[in-house]
Design a protein around this ligand. Structure first.
Ligand code: ZN
Length: 341
């Protein structure tokens, strides 16, 4: 046996020990980052564990699963129907991050907790910000800017709970979704080049489905008359969707569900509903319905069903995937916007 063959055998023999060691660490309360065996291209000859990917919330988790297939094991910190704005990392999330090969975040200020969590887990591995490269909406771009008709509102853009910085809900524009998916694909290939072709093929197939769903959605919204394109939701999660499909969304809360809507915002919305004939209000899967119910009652609007804003629906339901969520939101919006008050 020559030297190269001996080294090869040593690697094959030690690999299972490395994997057992990693699994044991993942189950203990002492997170230690380990060099990932799966990142070594030489391990492709042996049956290896799937790439361990942690996604911050359910929509990213779906994209990782769609692109990664059986080559990845994806864990999602903020699950179906959960409010990401109110998320507080739990001790088990530290374990989850510590055992990861790759962490996928939305960015745009959506995961304010992520830096501390990654630090607590002593995670040294790759972190991909999946929204990288998208053009974020800022307060001046959003619809917030259009609804001030009087001069008395000048200069008060901050301090109404709208938050600073960029609007994080970029996933609702399908053009952005394509960028997210491409970023996730590239991150998987970088961590697991041996399966690069599989990731490329799966991503290409998914992007084709995304394009078809987007074309369908555009066709659906094209049927809407100009005076039936205004909607109200609890928090301001749909400005990217509004821009993509020429709709107008208003909300009593800002970009985060954490901020309490001010009395002035609520009064302004009720006045708007009466004056501008905004009748369609929608509940969200992650938000308390009471505010929107009250608005509908006082402003004379109609509740038009439930939109998926910041989380997918439970596994096995129609909106358990991003594409399913999109179809569901388009259907719900069309039904609610065209309903006669
Ligand atoms: Zn949100």
């Amino acid at each position: 046996m020559n030297t190269a063959a001996k080294l090869c055998w040593m690697f094959v023999l030690t690999l299972p020990l490395l994997l057992v060691g990693q699994a044991a660490e993942a189950g203990q309360s002492n997170p230690v980052n380990t060099a990932s065996a799966s990142s070594n291209p030489a391990s492709s000859a042996t049956p290896k564990r799937p790439l361990q990917v942690v996604a911050s919330f359910s929509i990213l988790g779906d994209w990782v699963a769609q692109v990664g297939g059986d080559y990845v094991a994806v864990k999602t910190l903020i699950g179906a129907n959960q409010d990401a704005h109110a998320f507080q990392p739990r001790p088990r999330d530290v374990q989850t991050i510590a055992a990861a090969d790759l962490v996928v975040l939305n960015g745009l200020g959506f995961e304010g907790w992520s830096e501390r969590l990654i630090h607590s887990a002593n995670y040294q591995g790759a972190v991909v910000v999946a929204s990288r490269g998208i053009q974020p909406l800022t307060p001046v771009d959003g619809a917030h800017h259009h609804h001030h008709h009087g001069a008395d509102h000048d200069g008060d853009k901050h301090g109404e709970g709208e938050g600073e910085g960029d609007d994080p809900h970029a996933w609702h524009d399908p053009a952005n979704a394509a960028i997210y998916v491409a970023n996730i694909r590239d991150a998987l290939i970088a961590r697991d080049p041996a399966n690069g072709d599989a990731y490329r093929n799966r991503a290409a197939n998914y992007l084709q489905q995304l394009a078809e769903t987007t074309a369908w959605a555009k066709g659906q919204f094209a049927r809407l008359p100009a005076n039936q394109r205004r909607a109200i939701t609890n928090h301001d999660a749909f400005q990217y969707l509004a821009r993509a499909f020429d709709l107008r969304f208003e909300s009593p809360a800002g970009w985060s569900t954490e901020s309490q809507p001010s009395a002035r915002n609520i009064a302004r919305l009720i006045q708007q509903m009466r004056q501008q004939q905004v009748h369609a209000l929608f509940l969200e899967n992650i938000s308390d319905p009471r505010m929107v119910q009250q608005l509908a009652k006082e402003g004379g609007g109609t509740l038009g069903g439930k939109l998926y804003s910041d989380a997918l629906d439970a596994p096995g339901t129609a909106a358990a995937t991003y594409l399913g969520m999109m179809r569901s939101n388009v259907d719900t919006l069309l039904r609610g916007l065209t309903a006669t008050p």
